[in-house]
Design a protein around this ligand. Structure first.
Ligand SMILES: Cc1cc2nc3c(=O)[nH]c(=O)nc-3n(C[C@H](O)[C@H](O)[C@H](O)COP(=O)(O)OP(=O)(O)OC[C@H]3O[C@@H](n4cnc5c(N)ncnc54)[C@H](O)[C@@H]3O)c2cc1C
Length: 396
């Protein structure tokens, strides 16, 4: 496989058909959805019916059974459509809760939740963050108590994407007092005691549904437990690698979208008797944006290759890609806005939307600081290991 073009004919066909789908079904509505802060539930059904929700999931549950590069195609095309809110809603459905069900769910759970979610009949959410604990997952307080024939769930979750639309929420909660004594449950949102309050005052990602969730004496059947009791922390740490990988892919493609927009505007806009792209300072800005975009792409693709090879063992490169791409893509989009001058600040060119949506990149799915924390621990171990193998180096 050519590392610079990992896509085969199937991927190219998927890209073409998904791009056409977005052009017909999404692009004409973007401005309206954004201004109304509307998240379109019907879009899940249309995407599911056309096979775009489950490209990497097994065919027996309604997926297409394709490799991870197919998910890369979907993520890139969503980024090129420049509607971050919709992309995030779909991402929070497909890449957050569903891989967990696919990995550790029972056959009954897969038929009841995974299959209808892949065809878009059910919407899913993943709930980890709480009002008092985000990066520090060990600090979550929501608790499910084993009552013999059921679990009794109490607590609250914060900033949950798809929170008010979801038919079920995959929730990570405490099941014991130990620091990482956590388990994962599938919570039907029609259960008595479940409540979702929409959060509307977001900076960006307007076409996404964000909510605070409340569990008040929710009686969960024993069959709601996903995987083994007490393994929740381990499951989500494994699952989050793919989530971060897809975030990095979306980030590089958003940077490329902005680079293209910046180049187009620099050609069309005239000042002082010439196209602004003729000014060296603008040309150099574009060159720097191109370098950053290329670096983001290389990093994201390398992380995909390593993930395909090593699974969640590729944690270092995935964390690096997430940290690097999310910071750099914000820079590229920011420069693109600058090239657009006052028009960049308006809604007319889409760049203002890209700018505010991209701001979430360094916060969601693990902040940049948390990525640095992970990477710094891993490289310290690596360096120590290398110096043990070659003792004379340690002396220098
Ligand atoms: C629009 C939106 C959608 C979201 N969707 C979901 C969702 O679907 N499901 C879900 O579970 N969550 C979701 N989140 C939550 C998101 O994952 C968290 O906001 C994020 O993990 C950061 O947690 P926090 O907000 O509690 O910040 P905190 O963890 O309180 O962090 C605050 C600051 O402290 C820094 N910090 C924290 N710990 C360290 C450390 N050890 N070293 C250095 N610095 C540190 C952070 O980097 C950050 O800058 C969403 C958030 C938003 C805004």
């Amino acid at each position: 496989m050519n590392p610079f073009n990992p896509f085969n004919d199937d991927h190219d066909l998927l890209r073409q058909s998904f791009r056409e789908f977005l052009q017909h079904e999404v692009m004409p509505n973007v401005e309206q959805w954004e201004s109304e802060k509307h998240c379109d539930r019907e879009m899940f059904r249309k995407m599911g019916q056309n096979g775009y929700l489950g490209v990497t999931f097994p065919e027996q549950y309604g997926g297409s059974g394709l490799d991870l590069w197919a998910a890369v195609v979907i993520a890139e095309e969503l980024a090129y459509a420049n509607i971050g809110g919709l992309a995030m809603s779909l991402y929070a459905h497909t890449y957050l809760p569903l891989p967990l069900i696919n990995a550790v769910g029972t056959e009954e759970q897969k038929l009841r939740y995974l299959a209808p979610a892949l065809c878009g009949d059910k919407v899913a959410a993943l709930a980890i963050t709480e009002p008092g604990a985000g990066s520090d997952v060990g600090g979550i307080k929501s608790m499910a108590k084993d009552m013999g024939d059921h679990y009794l769930l109490n607590g609250s979750k914060m900033f949950i994407t798809n929170g008010t639309m979801a038919d079920f929420v995959v929730a990570v909660v405490r099941t014991g007092d130990g620091p990482y004594d956590m388990s994962v449950f599938i919570v039907d949102t029609n259960l008595p005691g479940f409540k979702a309050i929409p959060i509307k005052n977001k900076l960006g990602m307007h076409t996404s549904d964000t909510a605070q969730l409340f569990f008040e004496d929710c009686k969960l059947p024993k069959s709601a437990l996903l995987g083994n009791i007490g393994n929740g922390f381990y499951y989500i740490m494994n699952n989050i690698q793919e989530e971060r990988l897809i975030a990095a892919v979306m980030g590089w493609a958003s940077a490329e979208w902005a680079l293209f927009k910046g180049m187009q505007y620099a050609k069309d806009r005239h000042a002082f008797g010439r196209a602004i792209g003729k000014f060296q300072v603008i040309r150099h800005k574009l060159a720097q944006m191109a370098i950053k975009t290329e670096a983001c792409k290389s990093m994201a693709y390398r992380a995909v290759y390593e993930y395909l090879d090593q699974g969640s063992g590729a944690i270092k490169i995935i964390s690096m890609a997430k940290a690097f791409v999310s910071e750099q893509c914000q820079d590229v989009i920011n420069e693109c806005l600058q090239i657009h001058g006052g028009w960049g600040y308006m809604e007319d060119y889409g760049i203002a939307r890209a700018w505010r949506d991209a701001r979430l990149m360094t916060v969601g799915a693990g902040t940049t600081e948390v990525m640095h924390e992970i990477i710094s621990k891993l490289i310290v171990d690596e360096v120590r290991h290398k110096h043990q193998l070659v003792p004379h180096r340690a002396a220098h």
